[in-house]
Design a protein around this ligand. Structure first.
Ligand code: PLP
Length: 456
């Protein structure tokens, strides 16, 4: 129908991360409503949101307590900014709350709207800090291949995925990439996880030495890589990386945009590997993405470097119209209260075990190469031949087929090339985990049959 939402979306919208021509043919899936772990489209189909939207809806859809928090704050003060010494109560309360939850020594909070903006802010904070400390040459930032830190020109430069660089002349100068800690794909024949982790830390050290330690400001990484395909590093990887960074005065930035607020079964992913970051980057689950918000939590030392020099250097010249937005911060406060009071971190740990165990049973499937994950974030990598780890060629077609077939079985997942990611809301219960597993299995068998016909 010419006036249907489908026709109008096809006519007017340019979608993020979507093949525009394919979208003209396929059209949108118009999601109209959501409740708990489920969403419903305008054709009446119900799906389990197996990715919690974009790794983000911790408390599930339709959480009235967040609606109430937003409405109450809208009535009281719908907007104010934080420039020039202005503050508002929800932003003050949230800064205090986030500082109280963050790792020791991280007590100052800057608010932005998205993960990408937060990571751009990280870059500017580092550069400002090193200028303040009289070492402006200490500018370079190291991230990992397959890391994801956003899509603006600076955060996109830290992202280590080719499709975020090609066509955009990225990365910018001063952004370097080191190896991805994915043992299944990148370990040498017979190399243990421990040896692999040591080799990667050695490579990082070589990179720092080759560039000159005096030019390297920071290393940024997700404790568990998300959008790159849910890559859980070897157990000792972060300790080895951390030791190298400390040796050369390279700050550590933990990008917890996905792992923050309970996703891995811990409040923060840093706790899994005993990472002691100098900055923590948060977004997504901070509001369950009911409203856009991100936060950068910085160490006392970084703050002192910035504050001590602000008279000499002038203002920290950075900020957004909606930094510390009162409605977004009020929703975040209520969301964090729900996560704590409803025990959602412990639930993520318990339900995560059930999910990981259930997915583990797929390891014998003739199309499954690797099953990986921790807490309520997981991925299943589909391959042409599990014995040799041979990937499908071209990459991504089977993943895309799984994604589409999942809709037919009432399951929304994310396909990262041929790795199928799951990351359901933290409120999921045991029966629902079993239902996710059932639908995943049906989709897998269906996709396998299709792949036999199309990838003979
Ligand atoms: N950092 C990480 C770890 C992410 O996963 C994402 C988004 O997926 C971002 C940053 C960018 O966040 P946004 O999409 O809100 O800009």
């Amino acid at each position: 129908l010419p006036n249907s939402p489908h026709a109008r979306d096809k006519a007017y919208a340019l979608h993020p991360y979507t093949n525009a021509r394919a979208h003209e043919r396929r059209g949108p899936t118009v999601i109209e409503s959501g409740k708990g772990i489920y969403v419903r489209d305008d054709q009446g189909n119900e799906y389990i949101e197996g990715l919690a939207g974009l790794w983000s809806v911790a408390v599930g859809f339709g959480e009235e307590r967040l609606v109430e928090a937003a409405a109450a704050q809208m009535r009281r003060l719908p907007y104010y900014h934080s420039f020039s010494h202005k503050a508002n109560n929800p932003a003050i309360d949230l800064a205090e709350k986030v500082a109280s939850l963050a790792p020791a020594g991280l007590n100052r909070v800057f608010f932005a709207n998205s993960g990408s903006e937060a990571n751009d802010t990280v870059v500017k904070l580092l550069w400002y800090f090193n200028n303040a400390r009289g070492r402006p040459q200490k500018k370079k930032i190291i991230s990992r291949i397959r890391g994801y830190h956003g899509i603006t020109v600076a955060s996109g430069s830290m992202t280590g995925l080719p499709w975020n660089h090609r066509d955009f002349d990225l990365p910018l100068p001063n952004f370097l990439h080191t190896a991805c800690p994915h043992h299944y794909r990148h370990a040498w024949e017979g190399e243990s996880e421990e040896e692999f982790a040591s080799r990667l830390a050695g490579q990082l050290e070589q990179l720092i030495l080759a560039e000159g330690p005096a030019t390297i400001a920071a290393f940024i990484g997700e404790p568990v890589m998300g959008a790159g395909g849910v890559l859980v590093p070897p157990r000792t990887y972060w300790q080895k990386v951390q030791a190298v960074c400390r040796k050369y005065d390279v700050l550590i930035i933990a990008d917890e945009v996905i792992t923050g607020f309970g996703r891995t079964g811990r409040m923060f992913g840093c706790e899994l590997f005993d990472i002691k970051p100098d900055m923590l980057v948060l977004s997504k689950q901070i509001t369950s993405s009911y409203l856009p918000l991100s936060a950068i939590v910085i160490s006392d030392e970084l703050y002192a470097g910035i504050a001590d020099n602000s008279d000499r250097l002038g203002n920290f010249g950075h900020g957004f119209t909606t930094s510390g937005h009162p409605v977004a911060t009020a929703v975040a406060l209520e969301n964090i209260r729900i996560i704590e009071e409803d025990g959602l971190v412990a639930n993520a740990a318990a339900m995560g075990e059930r999910l990981q165990a259930g997915l583990g049973e797929l390891r014998d499937h003739p199309m499954v190469g690797e099953v990986r994950g921790v807490g309520l974030i997981a991925a299943v990598e589909l391959v042409a031949d599990p014995a040799t780890k041979r990937a499908f060629d071209p990459l991504g077609k089977v993943g895309a087929a799984f994604f589409e077939r999942g809709h037919g079985h009432g399951l929304i997942v994310r396909a990262v090339q041929d790795s199928i990611a799951l990351c359901p809301p933290l409120i999921i219960n045991a029966e629902q985990v079993d239902e996710v597993l059932k639908r995943f299995r049906l989709t897998l068998d269906d996709t396998y049959t299709w792949s036999r016909e199309n990838f003979a």
